[in-house]
Design a protein around this ligand. Structure first.
Ligand code: PEP
Ligand code: MG
Length: 590
């Protein structure tokens, strides 16, 4: 989409959304097309063409089933007239010449199914638009609907199968929504900023943008209809603002802000590397790093982390999908991390796919409620074929440093027992095969679900450490979808229920005793750090970039005072009251 010559002069427009990944990006926009589903042209290798055609076939079958169900439902409720609309959609879908053209486009142009669907639909759509007959023009509308269904179905089966996206570097990508692996691919391909309509600031999409250090704003209403390709735009990931057609003085201002931010980060980082993470009254705190991508591995030392508290190893699977990383590939990555950081600890989380993160090829079963479905430890125990190779690689890597294995989405003690049994089997196999490995690796559980908090005492007796994943714990406790920008305001880390949950887990850890870490985004919030210390936490894991500031805060805290502050916060009635208590404490530091 480009603005026609001679159109009226553009004026600066500022749209407010939510900040999801900090920083400022200035650049021309690339607007991803396609009815709320992005359409990118992705080259497909010759030997993958059959698979791509089959992916399209599977999408057709999905849409057929959905349409049939909708048609029946509508016929029952509203009668056959209305149902005939959906019947017309089915007719287009079953029209073999439409499907054949798409198959041919995939094969001849060697492109992804999404691009082929959109190109064929655009071409036919133009033809429909030119005809005089009202009836045929309506068929054009139907075609657009069918295209949308197909794109949605393809997105459900994961789109963007490869790299090779068609755009210049240094662009700001504007889209209805983006999945974590799309942000990964686009960010690596040179996108300098993202602005999207839907998605929460605590989603994995936002986490990946932060990991890549690419600013992201979300919740910008109707942005895909307001922005045209090449429009100059600014993404302000600090304030959650998006500026379209910035005036020269606005550009100037943002340029200055960008330089200041970098300078401030540099000063903080240099200072943080030299100083210990110790409170004013001498209590030592471990500030660990959360990492997802190889790009961040260097940051662990650069920002002065005491080790890795969470390696979201599923990103290796997302990056490689649809292929699985081999045991050797997985081993090489983990071994590299362990050797680089030894004797510091490296906590590797086992595959946390499912929920918001699906990798193409591993999401065969579509789920109605994936966040309540087969995710984390549930998925891995169900797919021991994948999990075994991961565990083999981990026990082999353990010989090279200080490895700890952490299990996501635990909700029952039996899951830990099943995991331990599998670990024992895998180690026996490695012994029989004469392969070097280390058995005595600590195993920990993530506490991300209210039920898990309530059995934290029993769980603590079965594991070597606990790690509180507040991103999910907040989602499940408050019944607020972390990826839904419409309920962002209800996603409240300071809700007294969340503080009580943290307190319960810390208490369970103390009794056993096993160490307790907190590795959700909450750990990175400077306002929360005194409170978390007051609640008894001594290990916090966060994005490496946040460590210098967290360290600065830790060094100002008196833990005795923080404990008193925490007592008052837990007893508060609302998140607002907690916020006020924290603000008061900041005004007269604890
Ligand atoms: C969490 O849920 O807090 C967590 C650290 O895991 P993730 O954000 O990857 O779900
Ligand atoms: Mg989680």
């Amino acid at each position: 989409m480009s603005r026609p010559a001679g159109s009226p002069p553009t004026v600066q427009e500022t749209l407010q959304g939510a900040a999801a990944a900090p920083g400022v990006a200035i650049g021309p926009a690339v607007c991803l097309r396609g009815h709320g589903v992005q359409v990118l042209r992705v080259p497909i290798r010759r030997h993958d063409l059959d698979r791509e055609v089959e992916r399209f076939g599977a999408a057709v079958r999905t849409v057929e089933t959905e349409l049939e169900a909708t048609e029946n439902r509508i016929a029952e409720t509203y009668g056959s007239d209305l149902a005939s609309i959906f019947h017309a959609h089915s007719v287009i879908l079953r029209d073999s010449s439409f499907a054949r053209r798409i198959d041919r486009t995939i094969r001849e142009d060697r492109v992804n199914a999404e691009w082929a669907v959109q190109s064929v639909a655009d071409d036919l759509g133009e033809k429909f638009a030119q005809v005089k007959s009202q009836h045929l023009r309506e068929r054009g509308e139907d075609l657009r609907d069918v295209t949308r269904y197909l794109l949605r179905a393809l997105a459900g089966k994961k789109s963007s199968p490869g790299v090779g996206v068609d755009f210049d570097r240094n662009v700001v990508v504007v889209s209805h929504e983006l999945t974590p692996d799309e942000v990964l691919r686009l960010g690596r391909h040179g996108a300098v900023g993202f602005a999207i309509e839907v998605g929460g600031a605590n989603s994995h999409t936002a986490i990946v943008a932060r990991a890549l250090d690419v600013p992201l704003v979300t919740g910008i209403v109707d942005i895909t209809n307001r922005v045209a390709d090449d429009d100059p735009v600014i993404v302000d990931g600090e304030e959650g603002r998006f500026t379209l057609h910035p005036r020269p003085e606005t550009l100037e201002l943002y340029g200055v802000l960008q330089r200041r931010r970098r300078q401030k980060e540099e000063v903080l980082t240099t200072a943080a590397r030299k100083l210990p993470a110790r409170s004013r009254d001498g209590v030592g705190v471990e500030l660990l790093a959360n990492v997802e991508l190889p790009e961040e591995f260097e940051d662990v030392q650069r920002f002065g982390a005491a080790g890795i508290g969470l390696y979201r190893s599923e990103f290796l699977y997302l990056e490689k999908s649809p292929e699985l990383p081999t045991e050797e590939e997985y081993l090489a990555v983990v071994r590299g991390l362990l050797e680089a950081l030894a004797p510091q600890p490296v906590v590797v989380r086992t595959l946390d796919l499912g929920g918001g993160k699906t990798a193409r090829g591993h999401d065969d079963q579509e789920e109605e409620n994936p966040v309540l479905g087969l995710r984390g430890i549930r998925l891995t125990l169900a797919r021991t074929d994948i999990f075994r190779s991961q565990l083999r690689a981990l026990f082999r890597a353990a010989a090279f440093g200080n490895l700890r294995i952490m299990v996501p989405m635990v909700t029952a003690v039996e899951e830990i027992r099943a995991l331990r049994a599998l670990c024992a089997q895998v180690c026996s196999e490695l012994t029989t095969e004469g392969i070097d490995h280390r058995r005595d690796v600590e195993i920990g559980a993530m506490v991300e679900v209210p039920a898990t908090v309530l059995i934290a005492r029993q769980l603590a007796a079965e594991v070597d450490f606990l790690s509180i994943g507040t991103n999910d714990l907040i989602q499940y406790t408050l019944a607020v979808d972390r990826t839904n920008e419409q309920v962002t305001g209800l996603y409240q880390p300071l809700h007294p229920a969340i503080l009580s949950m943290i307190q319960l887990v810390v208490e369970a850890g103390r009794r056993q005793p096993v160490p307790v870490t907190l590795c959700g985004e909450m750990a990175a919030s400077p306002e929360c750090v005194p409170l978390l210390l007051g609640l008894g936490l001594r290990e916090l894991s966060m994005s490496p970039r946040n460590i210098p500031l967290a360290k600065e805060v830790v060094r100002t805290v008196d833990v005795g005072d923080a404990e008193e502050l925490a007592r008052r916060c837990v007893a508060a009635s609302t998140a607002g009251e907690v916020r006020e208590l924290l603000a008061e404490a900041r005004a007269s530091p604890v």
